[in-house]
Design a protein around this ligand. Structure first.
Ligand code: DHK
Length: 144
């Protein structure tokens, strides 16, 4: 059994409450439950972590080198700013899938560039929270 680590960055703990017209009404708990359901029968398990602290995220990605086989990440605004996060993900050897709930390319120009994409094996954008389910199923396939 492989472990898929789902990582969410800043402000994503407010999912369901935060700008619902953009990010929807589902909470992060709902999203995690949907991903666990999606993985049923694949033989893979989900571990999930959200933080608003960049150092904590970097440390979680470092630990993933030992305790996870694949990463699904929505880095929130760090997507557009953090070379440190890109470097941490580059030190992780398994599959990485990047998720954005909103269609970032239809939004402000500062959301169009992603440092995470330079490492990601796939990028899922604009599918709402369903994008997380697509992402975990994609990494499950890559792990098989
Ligand atoms: C989430 C965020 O918090 C923003 O900073 C990104 C992303 C977009 C999303 O669509 O999931 O720009």
């Amino acid at each position: 059994m492989a472990t898929i680590l789902m990582l969410n960055g800043p402000n994503l703990g407010l999912l369901g409450l935060r700008e619902p017209a953009i990010y929807g009404h589902d909470t992060l708990e709902d999203v995690e439950a949907a991903c666990r359901d999606a993985l049923q029968g694949t033989g893979h398990e989900l571990d999930a972590f959200q933080t608003d602290h960049e150092g904590a995220m970097l440390e979680r990605v470092h630990a993933a080198r030992q305790d996870a086989d694949a990463v699904v990440i929505n880095a929130g605004a760090w997507t557009h700013t953090s070379i440190a996060l890109l470097d941490a993900l580059s030190a992780f050897e398994g599959p990485v899938v990047e998720v954005h709930i909103s269609q970032v390319h239809r939004r402000e120009a500062f959301r169009h560039h992603s440092y995470v994409s330079a490492r990601a094996d796939a990028v899922i954008v604009g599918c709402g929270v369903q994008g997380y389910e697509f992402a975990v199923l994609r990494v499950a396939r890559l792990l098989d």
